[in-house]
Design a protein around this ligand. Structure first.
Ligand code: ADP
Ligand code: 5GP
Length: 205
């Protein structure tokens, strides 16, 4: 059951909420960064996380890096659209930005893991659900190890999680295999354009 506030949001929202999911290391970040270069009118939600900042990541752009008590306070005050624990850290989507941009008519992309994606689909049944898949599990492992941003132990956690996530494709509307990077970005771009042309059901007043 949707809260009245969420119903109201849906009636006026004109942008599409695009949920991009896929196992860690599949190339989501790489794809999204290049998609934004091609489609600057898209909006990207910046998540909040308790994970430590990696070299090269920018506060407020890559993530909002916060401590656990602060994150918990945001859950309590209802400021997160969704949140989940992933490989020992908390991740969540600040709600206000998403609502504001959707209402202004912009398509908003969330790059999140599967549990959060399921929650978003419940709250926003119109959300466009896209799963980014690796060409093979072996290639996923190569990319994750090659990125070398996590300890070997954390990489194992992420690979175990990936096995589960690869079995949850039924939640999604589209599957984009990230084999050739350019082809994957092209496919994503086509999906975004096609979804703008979709005739959606009106929510009754
Ligand atoms: P995610 O955001 O899904 O965790 P990243 O975007 O960080 O994944 O990509 C993981 C690694 O895989 C990076 O080193 C990136 O350069 C590499 N990568 C991404 N896409 C491809 C591709 N199509 N072919 C080969 N390597 C790729
Ligand atoms: P990473 O630590 O590699 O940046 O992200 C780990 C996982 O958390 C990835 O699958 C990423 O998509 C996911 N993630 C990032 N932000 C969010 C968020 O706001 N909510 C949820 N549920 N997952 C997120």
């Amino acid at each position: 059951m949707l809260a009245d506030a969420d119903r109201e949001t849906k009636q006026v929202a004109t942008g599409n909420l695009i949920v991009l999911t896929g196992p860690s290391g599949v190339g989501k970040g790489t794809i999204v960064a290049q998609l934004f270069e091609r489609m600057p009118d898209l909006r990207r939600s910046v998540s909040m996380t308790t994970r430590p900042q990696r070299p090269g990541e920018i506060e407020g752009h890559s993530y909002f890096f916060v401590e656990r008590p602060f994150f918990k306070s945001k859950i309590k005050s209802g400021e997160l659209l969704e949140w989940a624990e992933f490989a020992g850290h908390l991740y969540g989507t600040p709600k206000e930005y998403v609502d504001k941009e959707l209402m202004a008519g912009f398509d908003v992309i969330l790059e999140i893991e599967v549990i959060g994606a399921r929650l978003v689909k419940e709250l926003h049944p119109d959300a466009v659900m896209i799963f980014i898949a690796p060409p093979s599990f072996e290639e996923l492992e190569r990319r994750l190890r090659g990125r070398a941003t996590e300890t070997p132990e954390k990489i194992e956690m992420r690979l175990a999680k990936a096995k589960q996530e690869l079995q949850e494709k039924n939640v999604f509307h589209y599957e984009v295999v990230n084999d050739n990077l350019d082809a994957a970005i092209n496919n994503l771009e086509h999906i975004v354009y096609a979804e703008r042309l979709r005739i959606r059901k009106q929510v009754s007043q």
